[in-house]
Design a protein around this ligand. Sequence first.
Ligand code: ZN
Length: 390
Amino acid sequence: MTPQAKIEILQHLIQIPSVNDHEAQVADYIASLFEPYPQAKVEKVTYAPGRDNLVVTIGNAGPQLGLCGHMDVVAAGDEGAWQHAPFAGEIVGDQLFGRGASDMKSGLAAIVITLLEFLEQGTQLPGSIRLLATVGEETGEYGAAQLTAAGYADDLAGLIIAEPSGLDNVVYTARGVIDYKVVSTGKAVHSAQPEKGINAIDNLMKFYNAVGPVMAKYTQTDPVLGGLLHNVDLISGGEQVNSIPAQAELMANMRTIPAYPNQVIYDDLEALIAQLNQEPGVQLDLSYSYPEEAIPGDPHAPLVQLAKQVSDQVCGHDTQIVGSGGANDGAEFLQAKSDFTSIEIGPGSNTSHQVDEYVSIKEYLQAIEVYEALSLAFLKKAAQPEQVHD
Ligand SMILES: [Zn+2]
């Protein structure tokens, strides 16, 4: 495929405004690129109307490598603040602009082209490659959760997520996430007779004041990721100034580390809620949205080391082996039956989720080279029986 054709595929992907939905248009477009190759197995897995995950499998018997990218992007925000229209795919010099140029339609295009070039060149793979293109990564990784539950990750020997780490970084460990909400229900009465009502805000504050000390006992620090993070980021309550509030709620965001499985934290939060609910009048309800486990990872795993070697060779830089403060689809896929390593390496800039998001075209084209060489190297290594040393 010519560099021009590769750039046009990325521009086309950016021109589909898949802002946390409409991923089916992206999936349809990618599926159409595989039409000339009947040997590729193309499967659409519908999450909701207009929202399809896409799975494309190519190759032969042997180990299977997953290449993963999400098809949704975050909103463009105030489009007037952009110098380059967010859904145009405009090019200036080496920069290609648009929402998703960095996070992560460049990575997605690069893994799609990796499969297309193997098909075009008739490469005999020592195993198979599975493209996992997901919906809803930015809003809860539920596309990846759906594909995992349906068994699409059960045969993986390794997984590469093309998120925008920059090709000079391989991410092998990542924080998990717990977003939780506490709703306090009280009883509204006129504020001249507070004794007849139940103040939902007062009761919510009991939780707010008690949760800090509970979180403070998680003192362990991960050498790469740091400590556990807990922040109450949203709070609201009350109806009007002369009524005792019947309703109040807060939301908190936690960034977890591998030392603390999410269940340990759920147990603590639930115990605190149960304890407070013993007090007269207190009614607190706890819920979670799309929690993700932290990824412990192993910096010495073959996939991590190969990714560094290949990226060093292709790009001529010294690739760093690092951790990530954010969760990715890998946290879901790792819940599958098989035991494998999940890494993040992909093209992108530090403009993800910002106005005038862009990717370097040079880095985008290098990413395709990296994925092709890394896929072949990994499958070859995984297909060989373990070397025995005396
Ligand atoms: Zn992303």
